[in-house]
Write a protein that binds this ligand. Sequence first.
Ligand code: GRF
Length: 202
Amino acid sequence: KRVVAFISGGGSNMLALAKAAADPDFPAEIVAVFSDKAGAGGLARAEALGIATRTFLRKDFTSKDAHEAAIIEALDALSPDLICLAGYMRLISGAFVSRYEGRILNIHPSLLPLFPGLNTHQRAIDAGMRIAGCTVHFVTEGMDEGPAIVQAAVPVLPDDTAGTLAARVLTVEHRSYPLALRLVAEGKVRMEGGKAVATGDL
Ligand code: GRF
């Protein structure tokens, strides 16, 4: 399966996917990395692995729609089977989601449906949570509300800061995303009727 990864920053999740995909037995390859931020650290990491990169700066376009149209045009030209949002900090429109229905994955640094949106680690600490974690989910029109594919939990320790918790969650993100991508690329999990459905023997 052909995958295009979307980043906005360091791209550690994209890197985890690229490393997993480097295994010839992995059922997907990262054919390109798209970024909405110039100089995103993940761009250099992708290029170091020989992965094609494209940058689409919002300021280069007159509207959100024009920005997205350029991204979709470049996407369609690559004929990806799947899109992996990996630290991509921009909401994609309903039209975009519909165009790639059931084929867009995202990783969110909380155990959804708890803590959708931003600052998830500080919110978990403030709420007195004793576990935190990440969710890889299919992307639907609403933010952070698509059906979960893989989740992983980590303990919240008494002296945790948002930074120490984020670092602990990242370690399980980097295992969860490749697992989720494998399951979807192998056709073992797909989105059906708005739910993530296991098809074969997991
Ligand atoms: C990660 O916590 C990820 O869950 C969130 O953005 C953070 C940075 O991701 N979406 P990355 O290092 O850019 O992959």
